[in-house]
Design a binder for this molecule. Structure first.
Ligand code: LFR
Length: 480
C-alpha cells in the first residue's frame, strides 16, 4: 500500500514544531520532531504582538531539516490574523488575542447586533478577542483602511510559502464572521459592524491543495518546488480533535495546551439559547463536523505562575501539589480575569478569596488550586456539552501537552466521574499529518477510520475515576 512522508508545521502559543511523518497502512505512523522553537507574545510599545516573521524563519529552518517530503501542512492557534495591503504586503505586526485592545468591544458590537443574534448566526461563544471584535477595535485605524485582505495566521504562513491566499474553513469558523452552518462568510453581519466583507478571502477546506512552494522557498528549504502545501485543519484544535484516538463517537475531548478546549464532536451546531448562555462554541471541524466546545484557560494558568516565580522546574512542584494536604479551593478557570499576561499567583489568590475560601499561601497550594480548578472546569464543560447536545459520552480523551501532566489527568477523571484516556501529546501535529496523508491517498476513509488507524499507532494512559463527592462541593463554590 502507498506510503507518504509529510511535514506538519504545528505552532502553539508557547512553542512551535516541525514534525516529519512517514505514514501508510503498512508503514504505520512514524513521527520525528525535526525542529522545535519558542513562541510567545512580544510587547512592542503598548501592544502584544506575534513575531510572525520569526515564525516564518523557523518554518523555513524546520522544512530544511525535514528534507524531502511529499507535502507540507500548517496549523496554529486560531482567531489572530494579519492584514495585507493592495500589493499583498503585510500591514503591521499581527496582534495577540491577549492584547487589551478588545476590552469592551463586544458590548459595543452587541448594541448593533445583539449577542443572541450573533450566536444564532455564527454559533461562536463570547470571547472578548474573537476576530470580529479585533476588527471592530481596529476600525478607524490607518492600517485597517489600507487593508485589502485578512489572512488568519496559518493562512498567512501558507501564503508566504506558496504565494496563494485563502481562508481555511476550520479556522475561519473562529472569527465570528462565518455562518454557523459553515456555508460561507456572513457578509451582512460584517457590513453591519463596519467591516468590509471584501477583506475576507475565498474559503478552502482541509485536504485542498493550497499550492506549490514559491521558487525562493524551495531554494531556501532545499525542497522540490513542486511540493504541495496542503490545507489541513489549520485551527490547531481542529487538528487536535482529528488526532483523538477514540474508538467510537461516545467521547468528550480536552485538547489541553495553553488553552483547554473541552467538548464533543457533533454533526450539526447547537444554537439554542441555553447553549449561548453556557458559552459554548460551534467551531467547524474536519469533514463537516462541529467542534462543540468551551474555552477554558488551560495550562496558561500554570505557565504564568511559573513565569511569576522565576521559572522553577515543574515536576517537583507537581509532586508537592499532589501531596498538598491543605483545604481544597478553586477558582473559575474559564474566567477572563486570567486572560492577560500579569501576576498570575496574585490573581489566583484574589479569586480564591473572593469566593470566600481560605487562601493558599505556598506555591504547592496555589499549584494545587490551579489544577483542581482546571479539572473542575473540564468537568463542567464536559457535563454541559453532554447535556446541551444530547451526545452521550463514556470516555474523556485528554490530548496535547496536558496529557503529560498525570496529576491533571487523574483529577480530570475524578472530577468528570469518567475514565480519562491521556495522549497523544502531539495530537495536533498528528491530526495535521493524518489529513495530509489522506489527501495524498496513503490513508482512506472518514474520521472514525483515521482514528481507528491512529489508535493502533499510539500508546495512551488510562485513569479510572475515583469518588466524585469532593467535586460536587467544589462545584458549589463556583455557584456562589
Ligand atoms: C488553542 C486555540 C483555541 C483558540 C485559542 C486562541 O491553541 O487555537 O482553540 O480559542 O487558541 O486562538
Amino acid at each position: 500500500s502507498r506510503e507518504v512522508t509529510v511535514a506538519a508545521v504545528d505552532l502553539g502559543a508557547s512553542s512551535g514544531r516541525v514534525v516529519r511523518a512517514r505514514v501508510g497502512r503498512t508503514a504505520g505512523l512514524e513521527l520525528t520532531e525535526v525542529h522545535r522553537f519558542d513562541n510567545g507574545p512580544v510587547r512592542v510599545r503598548d501592544t502584544l504582538h506575534w513575531n510572525v516573521v520569526g515564525l516564518h524563519r523557523e518554518i523555513l529552518r524546520g522544512l530544511r531539516e525535514a528534507a524531502t517530503v511529499d507535502a507540507v501542512g500548517i496549523d496554529t492557534w486560531a482567531i489572530d490574523h494579519g492584514l495585507l495591503d493592495a500589493d499583498g504586503a503585510l500591514l503591521g505586526t499581527p496582534v495577540h488575542h491577549r492584547d487589551d485592545r478588545t476590552i469592551g468591544v463586544a458590548e459595543l458590537v452587541h448594541r448593533t447586533v445583539p449577542a443572541a443574534e450573533l450566536y444564532a448566526r455564527t454559533g461562536v461563544q463570547e470571547l472578548p478577542f474573537t476576530t470580529i471584535y479585533q476588527l471592530v477595535a481596529a476600525v478607524g485605524t490607518a492600517q485597517l483602511a489600507a487593508a485589502r485582505e485578512l489572512l488568519l495566521v496559518p493562512d498567512l504562513l501558507c501564503y508566504w510559502l506558496t504565494g496563494e491566499r485563502g481562508a481555511e474553513l476550520t479556522n475561519a469558523s473562529t472569527t465570528g464572521l462565518l455562518a454557523a452552518d459553515g456555508s460561507g462568510w456572513d457578509t451582512d453581519l460584517a457590513l453591519r459592524v463596519g467591516i468590509d466583507p471584501s477583506l475576507l478571502p475565498a474559503l478552502r477546506a482541509p485536504g485542498d491543495v493550497v499550492g506549490p512552494l514559491t521558487p525562493s522557498v524551495a531554494a531556501e528549504t532545499g525542497l522540490d518546488p513542486a511540493t504541495p502545501v496542503l490545507a489541513v485543519g489549520s485551527h490547531d484544535t481542529a487538528s487536535a480533535v482529528v488526532g483523538v484516538p477514540a474508538a467510537c463517537e461516545r467521547f468528550a475531548y480536552v485538547s489541553c495546551g495553553t488553552w483547554s478546549l473541552v467538548g464533543v464532536e457533533l454533526d450539526a451546531p447547537v444554537l439554542t439559547e441555553a447553549s449561548r448562555a453556557a458559552n459554548f462554541s460551534n467551531e467547524r471541524g474536519v469533514d463537516g463536523t462541529v467542534r462543540y466546545l468551551r474555552n477554558v484557560m488551560g495550562l496558561w494558568l500554570v505557565q504564568e505562575c511559573l513565569r511569576a516565580w522565576g521559572s522553577p522546574a515543574l515536576e517537583p512542584l507537581l509532586a508537592e501539589a499532589e501531596a498538598y494536604a491543605g483545604p481544597s479551593v478553586v477558582v473559575d478557570a474559564a474566567d477572563a480575569v486570567f486572560l492577560a499576561p500579569d501576576d498570575m499567583p496574585a490573581r489566583i489568590v484574589a479569586a480564591v478569596a473572593a469566593l470566600g475560601q481560605p487562601v493558599p499561601d505556598t506555591r504547592a497550594g496555589i499549584m494545587r488550586c490551579v489544577l483542581d480548578s482546571l479539572a473542575l472546569a473540564h468537568r463542567r464543560a464536559v457535563r454541559e456539552a453532554v447535556g446541551l447536545s444530547g451526545r452521550e459520552v463514556d470516555t474523556v480523551h485528554v490530548v496535547g501537552g496536558g496529557a503529560r501532566n498525570r496529576l491533571l489527568c487523574r483529577l480530570t477523571a475524578d472530577a468528570c466521574g469518567l475514565p480519562v484516556v491521556a495522549g497523544p501529546v502531539e495530537a495536533t501535529a498528528i491530526g495535521n499529518v493524518l489529513v495530509q496523508a489522506r489527501a495524498l491517498g496513503a490513508l482512506g476513509g472518514d474520521l472514525p477510520d483515521l482514528r481507528a488507524f491512529l489508535a493502533e499507532q499510539v500508546t495512551t494512559v488510562r485513569f479510572e475515576p475515583r469518588g466524585a463527592g469532593r467535586w460536587d462541593d467544589l462545584e458549589a463554590v463556583l455557584g456562589r
